[in-house]
Design a protein. Structure first.
Length: 247
């Protein structure tokens, strides 16, 4: 029995299931009032629970969204750290390796040719030794800023490490390859101004063509690297296209 009702019935003299004569109408009225109030209490409680549940759902959804946003940002940050060169912001050698695999797969499927360029900055060590690594780092960043806007959107530019860069010209015609290469190399023949200091830093470049010179990733990288070292032997600030005679 409802506790409030029990208290009220005691006041009416209720005992052993009986109500004193003359108090029956009051008893019925009291029961109606009590249970009417109980219904209101129940409805209030149900409404409160429903509201609380809805608020909890909204809170959960909000927290979930925030959590996913934070997680997405974290995943993006870790992805950038894993694939981007910290200094220049372009692809690092590991991400480039994956891109090269993708380009090779696409070329095998479509029959398209592409060129891989190994670029090594000439006398870069002297910049670090004379002016410090801070200036050297700024020069590497300037290389990125100069090259990226001057290559096609489908081409791939990456830092291999130190002062070495990699460049892929995708979907090329062998007859027009020299035009693309010469345009890229000409960017390195203009002076660099770092902290008001003028540098004439050029590049020694090796070029290997897929699939003409090699049809696997490892062989292509090796032959572009060999061609780059050959350009150094020729006096630096040179471009050398791989050929079998240098093996």
């Amino acid at each position: 029995m409802h506790k409030i009702l029990q208290k009220q019935l005691k006041k009416l003299g209720y005992k052993d299931g009986k109500v004193p004569e003359g108090n029956l109408e009051k008893f019925i009225e009291l029961v109606d009032i009590t249970y009417s109030e109980a219904d209101e209490d129940r409805e209030f409680l149900e409404h409160t629970l429903e509201t609380s549940s809805q608020e909890m759902i909204e809170l959960y959804a909000n927290l979930k969204q925030k959590s996913q946003t934070v997680l997405a940002k974290s995943e993006q940050r870790y992805k950038e750290l894993a694939t981007k060169d910290i200094l220049t912001g372009i692809l690092n050698r590991f991400a480039f390796d994956e891109e090269l695999k993708r380009v090779i797969s696409n070329s095998k499927r479509t029959g398209a040719k592409f060129a891989l360029l190994f670029l090594d900055l000439d006398h870069f060590k002297e910049v670090n030794d004379t002016y410090g690594h801070g200036v050297g780092d700024k020069l590497l960043q300037e290389v990125t800023k100069r090259v990226l806007p001057n290559i096609r959107a489908e081409d791939i530019f990456a830092r291999f490490g130190g002062d070495e860069f990699l460049l892929i010209f995708t979907n090329i015609q062998k007859e027009t390859l020299h035009v693309l290469v010469d345009k890229a190399i000409s960017l390195f023949r203009k002076p660099w101004i770092i902290d008001d200091i003028k540098f004439n830093i050029t590049t020694s470049t090796g070029v290997a063509l897929f699939p003409d010179d090699a049809d696997t990733k490892i062989k292509l990288m090796k032959k572009a690297d060999i061609a780059m070292y050959k350009s150094k032997e020729l006096g630096r600030n040179q471009v050398f296209y791989f050929e079998k005679s240098i093996l």
